[in-house]
Design a protein around this ligand. Structure first.
Ligand code: NAD
Length: 487
C-alpha cells in the first residue's frame, strides 16, 4: 500500500470525558482487514497517561456529576435509548465489525440485531435493583440493605465479538450506576468507537463512558492496575488474564474473567444424527472457530459414529469459504496472520500425535489473499493429543469415539477448561445426568450456541470465573451496604 493511500484511511480518536481526543503519544496504529490482509483504518495509540485521564474522568463522573444524582429509572431510560439507537444502525455497525475481524457479515448482522435486547433487558432491571429489610434478632434495631454501584469499571475485550462482549459489561455496569473505561482489542477498535457516537447521542453525561484504544501493554496493564478502578471485567486469553489478576493485587478491584474453552459436543446413540451433525458444525465452524464456546471436540457414540461422520463430511464439504462481506459466504478468514499460523501449527501437532485428517487441513487453494483456512476435521482413536486438550481458536474439530456414559463424562471433563458443553440425546434422564456431571458453565441439550440476555454466561478453571449476562451480572456490578438503626 502506498503512502498516499495510507494517509486517506480513516483515523479514529479516543473518547475521554465526553471529548474525541488523540493520544498523548500523538501516534496511530493500523487496523487490518482479514479478508485482504491490508490496513483499512488507523487508531490512536493510547498510553498510561491517557488511561489516567480516562479513569480520573470516570471517577469524577461517578462521584460528582449529573450521573451520580440520577435516579435508577432515569439511568434505565438512557440505557434503553442507547439500545434503540443501536437498533437503528445495525447494518453500519455490522459492516465495521466484519471489516475489522473478518467474521461473516450475516453473522454480525444477526448478532447486532439481537444486541439491543441486552440493553432493554438491563434497562428494565434498573429500577429493580434493591435491598431488603433484615429480621435481626436484636430488639429496637431496624436493619436494611441497599445495593450500591462499585465505582469505575475497567472493561477489556477481545477481537472476536467486539460489540457483543462490550455490551455484556456496559449495559449492567451503567444501570447499576457505575462509570466505565473500555479498552477494546487493538485489532478491532472501530466498531466500539462508532458505538460510542451513539452513547453521546443518547445523552450520557461526560465521563460516564470512556474508551482508550491501544495495546495490552501499556493500556490494558495500566487500566487494570489503576488505583481508582474498583471493578475489572476481562474477556480474553489466559495469559493476559494472569496479568489482570496480578494487577488486582494493586487496587483490589473485583475481577471477572471470561476466558477460553475446549468445549465438548457429546452425541449419544439415540440422538438425531442430522440435528447433531448440524449442531456440531455450527458449534465449531461458526466464526471460523474463533469463539470462546466453540465446540471443538465432538464425542460420538460408536453406534452412531458412522452416521454422524457421513453427515459431517457431506455438509462440511459444501461450506462456502470466502469473502465475509458476501451474503452467500458461510465461513470467512481467521482474524489475524498470527491466528492462521497458530491453526497451522496445531494441525501439524494433531498429525504428529497420530490424528487422521478426515477433511480439510490446509489453506483453501482458491483464496490466495487473506487469512483463510479450510474447515478441518480430525479423527482420533483416543483423547491423548494436545489438539484435544488445548484451545486452538480456529476451524479445527476433533472427533473422538466413546462407548459408555461414564467414559464420555470422564473424557469430556479431561481438560483444564469448563466453559460450555453440548449434549445430543433423546433420553431425558440421561440428558439431566450428563448435564449435571459435565464441567461447564453453559450446557446446551439438542441445541448449541443459544444465548439470551436473561441467561448467565461464564465458566470455571482455565475458562475463568464470575458471570456475565442475566440478573447475576447486576450483583457483579454492585455490592451490598447494611444500615443498622437503633430505634
Ligand atoms: P488476549 O488475551 O490476547 O486479548 C484480550 C484483551 O486483553 C485485548 O484487549 C488485549 O489488548 C488485552 N490485554 C493483553 N494483555 C494485557 C495485559 N497485560 N493487561 C490487560 N489487558 C491486556 O485475547 P484475544 O486473542 O484478543 O482473544 C482470544 C481469547 O479470548 C481466547 O482465549 C478466547 O477463548 C477468549 N474469549 C473468551 C470469551 C468468553 O466470553 N469466555 C469470549 C470471546 C473470547
Amino acid at each position: 500500500m502506498t503512502e498516499s493511500v495510507k494517509t486517506k484511511l480513516k483515523k479514529y480518536h479516543m473518547y475521554i470525558n465526553g471529548e474525541w481526543v488523540g493520544s498523548t503519544s500523538g501516534e496511530y496504529f493500523p487496523s487490518y482487514n482479514p479478508a485482504t490482509g491490508e490496513p483499512w483504518c488507523y487508531v490512536a495509540k493510547g498510553t498510561a497517561e491517557d488511561v489516567d485521564l480516562a479513569v480520573k474522568a470516570a471517577h469524577q463522573a461517578f462521584l460528582n456529576s449529573e450521573w451520580s444524582t440520577m435516579t435508577y429509572t432515569e439511568r434505565g431510560r438512557l440505557v434503553r435509548r442507547l439500545g434503540e439507537l443501536i437498533a437503528e444502525r445495525v447494518e453500519e455497525l455490522a459492516q465495521f465489525e466484519t471489516l475489522d475481524n473478518g467474521k461473516l457479515i450475516r453473522e454480525m448482522r444477526g448478532q447486532l440485531k439481537y444486541l439491543p435486547e441486552f440493553f432493554y433487558y438491563y434497562a428494565g432491571l434498573a429500577d429493580k435493583i434493591h435491598g431488603e429489610t433484615l429480621p435481626i434478632d436484636k430488639k429496637d434495631m431496624f436493619v436494611f440493605t441497599s445495593r450500591e454501584p462499585l465505582g469505575v469499571v475497567a472493561a477489556i475485550t477481545p477481537w472476536n465479538s467486539p460489540l457483543y462482549l462490550t455490551t455484556l459489561k456496559l449495559a449492567p455496569a451503567l444501570v447499576a450506576g457505575n462509570t466505565i473505561v473500555i479498552k477494546p482489542s487493538e485489532m478491532t477498535s472501530a466498531s466500539l468507537l462508532e458505538l460510542v457516537k451513539l452513547v453521546e447521542e443518547a445523552g450520557f453525561p461526560p465521563g460516564v463512558v470512556n474508551v482508550v484504544t491501544g495495546f495490552g501493554m501499556p493500556v490494558g496493564d495500566s487500566l487494570t492496575s489503576h488505583p481508582l478502578v474498583r471493578r475489572v471485567a476481562f474477556t480474553g486469553g489466559a495469559e493476559s488474564a494472569r496479568h489482570v489478576v496480578r494487577n488486582s493485587a494493586e487496587n483490589f478491584a473485583k475481577v471477572t474473567l471470561e476466558l477460553g474453552g475446549k468445549s465438548p459436543n457429546i452425541v449419544f446413540d439415540d440422538a438425531d444424527p442430522d440435528n447433531a451433525a448440524m449442531g456440531i458444525i455450527a458449534g465449531i465452524f461458526g466464526a471460523s472457530g474463533q469463539s470462546c464456546v466453540a465446540g471443538s471436540r465432538a464425542f460420538l457414540h460408536v453406534d452412531i459414529y458412522d452416521k454422524v461422520m457421513e453427515r459431517l463430511i457431506d455438509r462440511v464439504s459444501k461450506i462456502k469459504v470466502g469473502d465475509p462481506l458476501q451474503d452467500e459466504t458461510e465461513m470467512g478468514p481467521l482474524a489475524t496472520q498470527a491466528q492462521l499460523e497458530r491453526v497451522e501449527r496445531y494441525v501439524a501437532i494433531g498429525l504428529e500425535d497420530g490424528g487422521k485428517i478426515a477433511y480439510g487441513g490446509k489453506k483453501p487453494e482458491h483464496l490466495t489473499k487473506g487469512w483463510y483456512f479450510e474447515p478441518t476435521i480430525f479423527e482420533h482413536t483416543d483423547h491423548a493429543s494436545r489438539i484435544t486438550k488445548e484451545e486452538i481458536f480456529g476451524p479445527v474439530l476433533s472427533i473422538i469415539p466413546f462407548k459408555s456414559e461414564e467414559e464420555v463424562i470422564q473424557l469430556a471433563n479431561s481438560t483444564d477448561y469448563g466453559l460450555a458443553a453440548g449434549i445430543w440425546v433423546k433420553d431425558i434422564a440421561k440428558a439431566h445426568r450428563v448435564a449435571k456431571a459435565v464441567r461447564a458453565g453453559i450446557v446446551w441439550v439438542n441445541t448449541y450456541r443459544s444465548i439470551s440476555p436473561i441467561a448467565p454466561i461464564g465458566g470455571s478453571g482455565l475458562s475463568g470465573y464470575g458471570r456475565e449476562s442475566g440478573y447475576e451480572a447486576i450483583h457483579e456490578y454492585t455490592q451490598s451496604k447494611v444500615v443498622w438503626i437503633n430505634t
